[in-house]
Design a binder for this molecule. Structure first.
Ligand code: PEP
Length: 247
């Protein structure tokens, strides 16, 4: 199956930087055919501006969050239908930074996932253990609970395994740790969702870069990568797309 490389720009990108980055991606990716699927998730403020350019380059547009409700008195929030209205197709939900900084619980993530699916978005739901949970040998138990709590009945979307200790640290999980966790997640998805769980895409995220990507992407049950830092420069991101399975 084709792999998918998702860039999470986080809270980065004023108009000039965002334009330059997308222009660079478009130019370099044009030479890659066939290629893996590519999604970029800029901050909300850049979605409308970048949508036409990205569409022209065959790059899918994603957002970094959405509200659980369609509309209403939620100052500062953005709903899933608002994202669809701009041409957004994917949304990252339950990222560990949102779980930590905005106190999002599994239940919050599940409600947002329901809203995203109802609007026609593909949710990319993030799970992953922190350093303490890992040291205590609780990585799989933590991720198991997160999957059970964050994914609603009838879930159709992508699961991103992002060990918190690996995010933004330059230290990705080892190939063996990724293989063990991806196999565990696959088994959990099949247990919860039956046959549909066999083909749900599982991504790895956490300090993926040009040097380690060739160890990570071939791992069984890994269907792509969620990328933070290395998604902010075309020269760092395009090699990840090049390393991904194109068919
Ligand atoms: C992320 O936060 O989703 C992420 C994977 O970040 P980084 O690649 O910078 O570790």
């Amino acid at each position: 199956m084709k792999q998918i490389i998702v860039g999470n720009w986080k809270m980065n990108g004023l108009s000039a930087d965002a334009d330059a980055l997308v222009d660079g991606l478009a130019a370099q990716l044009a030479a890659l055919s066939p290629r893996a699927d590519v999604v970029v998730c800029p901050p909300f403020t850049q979605l409308a501006r970048l949508a036409p350019k990205l569409k022209q380059a065959g790059i899918k547009l994603g957002a970094q969050d959405c509200h659980k409700d369609k509309s209403g008195a939620h100052t500062g929030d953005i709903s899933a239908p608002m994202l669809v209205d701009l041409g957004v197709e994917y949304v990252i939900l339950g990222h560990s930074e949102r779980r930590a900084e905005h106190h999002e619980l599994d239940e919050t993530v599940r409600e947002k996932t329901v809203a995203a699916m109802a609007a026609g978005l593909t949710p990319i739901v993030c799970v992953g253990e922190n350093d303490d949970q890992r040291s205590a040998g609780d990585s799989q138990a933590t991720v198991g609970w997160q999957i059970e709590g964050s994914l609603p009945q009838g879930f159709r979307g992508i699961v991103a395994y992002e060990p918190i200790w690996a995010i933004g640290t330059g230290q990705a999980a080892s190939q063996q740790d990724i293989a063990d966790m991806a196999a565990f997640i696959r088994a959990e998805l099949v247990r919860q969702f039956g046959d549909a769980g066999k083909t749900m895409q599982i991504l790895y995220g956490g300090s993926v870069n040009e040097r380690n990507v060739t160890d990570i992407l071939p791992v069984e049950h890994v269907d792509g990568a969620l990328v933070g830092n290395a998604s902010l420069k075309a020269d760092a991101f395009v090699p990840l797309v090049r390393a991904a399975r194109a068919s």
